[in-house]
Design a protein around this ligand. Structure first.
Ligand code: HEM
Length: 459
């Protein structure tokens, strides 16, 4: 019997002695066992269709893995101190073998992850996969989304360049508007009154230890809940077909092969993208010189844009709190039907979605421009506190308009409340995307509205 170091290790894992044929079978069994820990033995054939989920949950998993691997590599060289952080990034880019590529993969994967998780969330919503028995998994998903956003945000500061320093200064300054606890919370996040060495230490610890641990713990729980719900959502059988068997196929190779293809295509695309495009790096952070305009990271620019239209208390607290509450309550609302597994509920739901999206596309830019140049409640109501003129008044008008929209669209289309709630959320989503786009491309010096080509070089 072979008695080398490696053969002993192999025997301790697979048992021994091994002849080549049984060895191959055993390895296959171990591999299958591993896969079947996270997947059921068989899956309904319907769920294999790519457009059923667009592979988005799987893509998120691959991206998290890529981030963990490249993050560990970066951590070998990166130094979390204001004096050396920037130089260690330069060192990674110029002197470390494949350092620039590893940084690019980490940077682009992180940004793509935000988009992929958002799309996955929309897929879940538009296929009604948040209804019973998946309500709690929706809540776990919301936590995952929060962790992904905060991971991105804490990583943003680490290069310690102008972009990082001022984006985090702007974002953390928004927290101050929260009444009562705002200044305390801001100090806690920054580790002092300004962004400095303590902030870098806090952000680094969250980014490289606490948040990855949260993700790694919560993700298996999320997958387990998917399994417990009987796999990915599929349309419920019609009443007359209830009790008849659905056609299932073995997970290996049917599902696993498809997952592998999606993972490989995604990794290859990110690799090519990272070879072509470098992650941005500006001059070293200079606390004495603020760029103009100074903007938050792109995924917070919708909120920064709202700050330009509403009283800060409403922009950074009331509106985000209302949205978060709505997202948490969404699976627990009373619905006319719990139709699941069908994209956009029905043909009617689809038509209503299109109408809502078009309306939001037309109304939101008009609102932004009107507020910038025409409307000024504080001038019309002199002496009234801005909390009312810029906060309570416009937000109440918008809430009334949203309620009117819900009632009208439900009545016009003879729709169920599922279809009307979906239409309303599409309206709000498209509006928020437009606010974000406005913040990214249409805000120039002093955050005034401007055409992108007039703004000059900006991030
Ligand atoms: C790091 C973030 C996330 C990862 C890695 C992840 C991963 C996955 C995976 C692999 C699935 C299986 C099916 C599929 O590919 O769609 C899934 C399903 C699901 N996810 Fe996520 N997810 C994440 C975030 C979210 C978010 C933000 C939500 C919603 C708020 C969410 C809610 C759900 C629900 C309800 C299911 C069950 C869907 C069904 O049965 O059709 N997930 N997730």
């Amino acid at each position: 019997m072979e008695n080398t170091f490696f053969s002993r290790i192999r025997r301790s894992i697979f048992g021994g002695p091994i002849n080549p044929e049984t060895g191959r079978k055993r390895k296959q069994a171990v591999f299958n066992n591993l896969i079947l820990h996270i997947h059921p033995r068989a899956v309904p054939e319907q769920t294999l269709k790519f457009t059923h989920t667009w592979g988005l949950g799987g893509m998120a998993v691959v991206l998290v893995m890529l981030l963990l691997i490249t993050g560990i590599l970066l951590k070998l060289v990166y130094e979390p101190f204001p004096g050396t952080a920037y130089d260690s990034i330069i060192l990674i880019q110029n002197d470390v073998w494949f350092g620039q590529l590893v940084r690019n993969i980490h940077h682009w994967s992180a940004n793509i992850l935000v988009i992929v998780v958002l799309l996955h969330m929309l897929r879940v919503f538009f296929t009604g996969a948040f209804h019973h028995p998946r309500q709690f998994n929706w809540i776990i998903g919301l936590f995952l989304f929060f962790f992904v956003l905060i991971s991105n945000f804490t990583g943003y500061l680490l290069p310690w360049d102008q972009l990082a320093f001022w984006a985090i200064t702007i974002s953390t300054s928004m927290v101050e508007y929260i009444p009562g606890v705002g200044s305390w919370l801001q100090k806690a996040i920054r580790g002092g009154s300004e962004i400095g060495p303590e902030s870098l230490k806090i952000f680094f610890t969250f980014h490289t230890a606490i948040l990855p641990a949260c993700l790694v713990i919560l993700m298996p729980f999320h997958f387990w809940r998917v399994r417990k719900a009987g796999g990915v959502v599929i349309p419920r059988p019609a009443k007359e077909n209830q009790g008849t068997e659905r056609r299932s196929v073995p997970t290996i190779p049917n599902l696993v092969f498809r997952e592998l293809v999606v993972a490989l295509v995604l990794i290859a695309s990110i690799l090519v993208f990272s070879i072509i495009f470098n992650a941005p790096l500006e001059d070293k952070a200079n606390p004495g010189f603020s760029p103009n305009p100074a903007k938050a990271p792109w995924y917070f620019l919708g909120i920064q844009e709202m700050l330009l239209h509403f009283h800060p208390l409403f922009a950074v607290l009331v509106i985000p709190l209302l949205v978060t509450t709505a997202l948490i309550l969404l699976p627990y609302l009373e619905y006319d039907s719990d139709k699941t597994g069908v994209w956009f509920i029905s043909q009617k739901g689809r038509r209503m979605g299109i109408v809502s999206a078009v309306l939001a596309l037309a109304i939101t830019p008009i609102g932004v421009i009107a507020d910038e140049f025409l409307m000024d409640f504080s001038a019309k109501l002199p002496g009234v506190t801005p909390l009312i003129t810029n906060g309570l008044l416009p937000v109440s008008i918008i809430l009334a308009a949203i309620t009117g929209f819900y009632i009208q669209i439900k009545r016009k289309f003879f729709a169920t409340n599922n279809e009307a709630i979906q239409a309303l959320l599409i309206f709000l989503l498209v509006s928020f995307i437009i606010l974000t786009i406005t913040g990214i491309w249409f805000r120039g010096q002093g955050m005034a509205l401007a055409w992108p080509w007039r703004i000059g070089v900006m991030e």
